[in-house]
Design a protein around this ligand. Sequence first.
Ligand SMILES: [Zn+2]
Length: 147
Amino acid sequence: MGKKKAKDDKSELVVKNKDAFIRMNFLYQAATMLAGPDKTEEHKLSMFYAANMKRIGKRLVLRISPAVKRTICKYCSSPLIPAVSARVRLSASHDRRLVVTCKYCNRLKRLKLKPEKEAAQEAAVVAAPEKDKDSSAAAADSAAVSG
Ligand SMILES: [Zn+2]
């Protein structure tokens, strides 16, 4: 009996702070939905939601996914949606960076881009997830040669 119960416990995935993650997910979705090009009351509400999401993460020491973190302004908590609430440009210098400018506080976020070869390898893995590693590596090599 005891052994069986232990097995059942292992099969169930326990997520710590599940309620907080659910709340943060809701706040992020609400914030991105309400974000607009002008500083209206709706946009201020979206900034409040995003700030609230960041606050929950900080308080419970939860790691926000980098993909999510990149879409929120570090300074004013405005959701950064390209062409709506943010301006996205490639840097002119040789160091390959994506420059995202927040339309509300005019602060910059510089994101380092991956080297071309690394990005091509990742794209090949995403394009063919079922195939084994040898064939995806060969596809990445051919992509790197052609590109
Ligand atoms: Zn901002």
